[in-house]
Every structure is written in C-alpha cells, then in structure tokens.
Design a protein. Structure first.
Length: 419
C-alpha cells in the first residue's frame, strides 16, 4: 500500500500550506482489503467566515463507528472555531481550512489525521490536528498501547531534538506535555507522531514528524496490545519510509509522483504534494521479491526532479531513508519574491495568487491567508505564464496587481477606496 503522510516545509515567513491545505491522493495496491470511503466536501462563506473542509465518510454496514469518531472530531474543531470568533467579536475575514489524510487502510488497521488551520488575523494561521486509529474495528488510544508514558515520551522528544539540530535549531527548552503523545497514527510497520511547530518550537521551523519502528517502541508497550500481530508477523508488514531531498526551496504548488514497479509492471502510482512517503508490502508468499520505487517532483506538470538512484525495497524494508533528487531542466516559470501592498491595505488581507497561461487562460489559483504587510510567494506555472495577485478584506477585493512575469516587480492598484 502506498500512501502519503502530511509534512511541513519551512517556507521563510510562512508554513507551507500543508499540514496542510492540500488534497491527498491515496492509491491502494492489491495487497489488502480496504475500508471504502468517499470525501465529504463542505464549503461555507457566511458573513466574515470562510470554511473549507474535506474529510472521509466511510462506506459499508460496519462503518458507523468510524464515521462517528471522525464526525465528532470535525464537529468539535468547527465548534471551537465559531466559539473563538464569537468570544473575541471578530469582524474581519476569518477562515477555517480542514483536511484529512488516511495513513493506513488495510484489512485490520484504519488510521488517519485531521488537520485544521484557523486564521483569525495576525502573521499566520493556527494549526492543530486530531488523529484516529482503529484495529479490527475497535478504536485504539494511546493508553491501549503504552504502559510507560515517561519512557516513550523521552524517546520521541529526543528524536524531535535530533531533528531540530539537523535543521539548525538549538532551542531545546520546550515543555513537552503528555497530551502531545496522543497524536500518533499507525503506518504499516511504523508508529508516527506529528507535532505542529508551535508545540515543539517556533513557527518558522515547520512541523516535526517522528516515525519509530515497532522494535523501537516495544519496550514501552503493554504486555498485550491490539497491535501484537504487527510485532509477531513482521514479514506480512514490511514497511519503508523515505524522504525526498532537494537542493532548493520548492514552489508552494509543486507536485510529487511516486510509481511502484514489480519488474516492468506498474503496480501503483501516487500523486500529491508531499516529500515524505511510506510503503508497506507483503513478502510472505515470495520473500525474494524486489519492488522498484520511482519518485519524481513536478513543476507545472513538468518533471523537475528525479531520484539520483533507483529506490528498491525487499523483505528487509528500510526506515528514515533520504533520497537525493537531481534537477531536470524543464519548461516552466518560477514566480518567487517578497512584496508589500503598502499602507493599511495589507491588514487582515487574503491574498489570491492567479497564474495565467500564454493564452490568458487561468491555469492555477492559490489562496493564502496572511496579515503581513510584506508577504512571500513562491509558485510555479507553465512556460510563458504570468501571475496576478489579488487581496480581499470583508469579502471585497480591495487591491490587485497587474499581470507580471517571473523576475518582474508586481504593480498594485486599489479596487476600492476605503473611507
């Protein structure tokens, strides 16, 4: 099974629209039976509140418990958002973006993440997440698995600090609360914790994703747990986890495409906007089988990066592997820079970035909530494309730029004079 788990990428002033603000493309293989689901899409634009939510509705006669858990978490997030707006009597445009990601879906495990981004003003949105884990149809909590909170918390927090050091951040003074440990999901042969940047560091650090094998967490588990079968039958759950490493800051609307081959046969293909991937395969019938994984990064539909070496997985699997990507020249435009709209016209604005192709047709639309007087953009578009920036206050467009090419400074004009 191939799947993508959300990841944050440091983008200077802003977090990437990830934990994101992307639609997850989930493709399953022939290996295990899955719980079928469809996406529930809700878009509301009422008064000064903009709400966009995507979450799964599971299908089948035995799906009621799954749906109750997911719907309760979604409803709680939305209710807290309305409560916050009412409490502080906010009149400017505010927004709630909610997206869900299925991290494991086979014949025994169903796990996922619900990410929420609330923008109520200021420099950036506030992010939060909820998780759900089911094993054999039963909801599984942290307390169902772990006997030693202190031990597993220390192990995970040390991993966070190691990742901080790798990224060049040295502040290890964060208070790590027990409640943070409940944000875990099951991923094939991994248990993964996700931490928002505000929880374990500063907003500019990006989020932290910590994945541990069952062997690593085994000393802290209870004597008997609902996932004992994953530890006792490792050949049936051979996972790998890898990260695509590039030598530049990627455009915010980059794409990834990962293909899985059995020999020359394409088994599965995943498209999305992630740099971290996981795979779980069944090698019990043929332990000598070797799969080939081909990852690519796309700019404006063109292959911009490819792996320097072919990635292969056998029955041993691998963890925390870094895949170096090399640049492939392509026909696309990169719009990158910092700009400001001046005066008070940048306060509580919602910039909309529009990219047009050479014929003037709209090729891409990108919305980012920000309150910055100087804001950042890094987007890709097709060859000979131009970009335009618009910004809104109280659901009214108050300023826009003329269309401009990469490297050009956008020229802004007011569309409404504020009295």
């Amino acid at each position: 099974m191939l799947y993508i788990f959300p990841m944050m990428k440091n983008q200077g002033f802003y977090m990437k629209k990830i934990f994101f603000i992307t639609v997850l493309f989930f493709i399953s293989t022939f290996l295990w039976a899955e719980v079928l689901y469809e996406d529930v899409v809700i878009n509301k634009d009422e008064k000064n509140e903009i709400i966009n939510m995507i979450y799964p509705k599971f299908l089948g006669k035995d799906a009621s418990l799954y749906n109750m858990a997911v719907e309760a978490k979604v409803s709680n997030i939305e209710a807290n958002f309305h409560k916050l707006v009412a409490q502080y009597k906010l009149k400017h445009v505010v927004s709630l973006d909610l997206y869900s990601h299925i991290t494991c879906n086979d014949d025994r495990i169903l796990s996922g993440v619900i990410n929420a981004y609330k923008y109520t003003g200021g420099k950036h949105a506030q992010s939060s997440l909820e998780v759900f884990n089911f094993v054999d149809g039963n909801y599984v909590s942290f307390e169902d698995l772990f006997a030693d909170m202190g031990g597993i918390k220390t192990l995970v927090f040390n991993k966070v600090n190691e990742e901080k050091a790798r990224r060049g951040f040295t502040d290890n003074s964060v208070i790590f609360f027990d409640s943070y440990m409940r944000n875990f999901v099951l991923e094939g042969g991994l248990i993964t914790w996700a931490f928002d940047p505000e929880v374990v560091g500063k907003i500019g650090e990006g989020s932290y994703i910590i994945s541990l094998t069952y062997d690593e967490v085994k000393p802290y588990l209870k004597e008997h747990t609902p996932i004992d079968f994953l530890i006792k039958e490792p050949l049936k759950r051979v996972p790998c986890e890898f990260y695509l490493q590039v030598d530049e800051e990627l455009p915010e609307n980059f794409e990834t495409r990962v293909k899985l081959f059995d020999g020359d046969t394409l088994v599965a293909e995943v498209k999305g906007q992630k740099l971290r991937f996981s795979y779980g395969g069944d090698f019990s019938e043929d332990p000598s089988k070797v799969y080939t994984i081909v990852p690519e990064i796309l700019f404006a539909g063109e292959v911009a990066y490819k792996a320097k070496e072919k990635l292969q997985i056998d029955k041993e699997g691998f963890y925390h592997k870094t895949v170096e990507m090399e640049k492939v020249p392509g026909e696309y435009n990169i719009f990158k820079g910092f700009n400001g709209m001046g005066g008070d016209f940048s306060i509580y604005n919602i910039p909309v970035y529009l990219i047009y192709d050479e014929k003037g047709g709209l090729w891409h639309k990108f919305i980012k909530n920000t309150g910055y007087a100087v804001y950042y953009y890094n987007l890709c578009g097709p060859k000979d494309s131009k970009m335009q920036i618009e910004a809104f206050r109280d659901n009214k467009k108050i300023i826009q730029s003329q269309k401009f090419s990469p490297g050009e400074e956008p020229i802004f004009e007011k569309t409404e004079v504020k009295k």
